[in-house]
Write a protein that binds this ligand. Structure first.
Ligand code: DGL
Length: 274
């Protein structure tokens, strides 16, 4: 049995999670939805985010995903319960996965305004390190700039310096990339932070939990799989968007290493299915 792994985000950011999934589980088949018609999520109200999460997860369910990986921290922070109840399949979260990789008591979190305001990362880190000082910074400008193709522009540098200032003042030695768009800024953030500050991508922790989950759902262990069955990412992953496919394909290229085929979809088809 080959399960379809579903992932979603507001835009290209969740591709950073998709890539981790396909690197670590090269046999997996994935369905990715970028809800680009509604990006950014992170400046919306909790009610809107929960409504959006319900619609998107309903669509993924209609497409028969067998497991759902939250590739959007904002939906993870504000609507994990919604995703769990709509998905009807196991759901893996980014935020509860991060605790396993935090090895410091001075932790910074860069996230969308909605995620930072929710305190979800602080709670997840305190669950395993109650003494940790967690400095969470909401970064309203990052997602718009990343979706517009910025990776190292003057304006991006200026906003990044402002967002990093509270983390430098708190002398953090780990910084969680608490929005799936932010791994795309890793080179810039590494340059702007003091040497020795570690950037943590929660997706790396999620993919470690995915293998055992797939195994428990009946997937054969990876070691027993034949290597000739490993397909390139573009043949294993179906990428769909609610906005413009060409814009998404162009934005995806630098992270995936190729320009992917992208389909436009209408989420209302799922509303009719249930
Ligand atoms: N990449 C998403 C996240 O991890 C959403 C960002 C946004 O649309 O604001 O939070």
């Amino acid at each position: 049995m080959e399960l379809l792994v579903g992932l979603f985000d507001s835009g290209v950011g969740g591709l950073t999670v998709l890539r981790r999934v396909t690197e670590r589980h090269p046999h997996s088949r994935c369905l990715y939805l970028g809800d680009t018609a509604r990006v950014p999520y992170g400046s919306r109200s909790p009610e809107e985010i929960r409504q959006i999460a319900a619609e998107v997860v309903r669509w993924l369910r209609a497409e028969e995903v067998g497991v759902l990986v939250m590739a959007c921290n904002t939906c993870n922070a504000l609507a994990l319960d919604v995703a769990v109840s709509e998905a009807a399949v196991p759901v893996l979260g980014l935020i509860d996965s991060v605790a396993t990789v935090i090895k410091s008591d001075r932790v910074g979190v860069l996230a969308t305004p909605a995620t930072a305001a929710s305190g979800a990362y602080r709670r997840a880190i305190h669950a395993s390190r109650p003494m940790a000082v967690v400095t969470e910074v909401g970064c309203p400008e990052f997602v718009g700039l990343i979706e517009a193709g910025h990776r190292d522009s003057d304006v991006l540098r200026r906003v990044a310096q402002a967002y990093l200032a509270p983390l430098l003042a708190a002398e953090v030695d780990m910084v969680v990339l608490g929005c799936s768009h932010y791994p795309l800024l890793r080179p810039l953030l590494t340059e702007l932070l003091p040497a020795g500050v570690e950037l943590v991508d929660p997706a790396l922790a999620v993919v470690e939990r995915l293998g055992p989950l797939l195994g428990s759902l009946g997937e054969s262990p990876e070691v027993e799989r034949r290597t000739e069955l490993v397909l390139p990412l573009q043949q294993r992953s179906r990428l769909c968007v609610t906005g413009c496919p060409d814009t998404f394909a162009a934005g995806a290229e630098d992270w995936l290493g190729h320009r992917p085929a992208v389909e436009h979809v209408d989420l209302r088809t799922a509303a009719r299915a249930f």
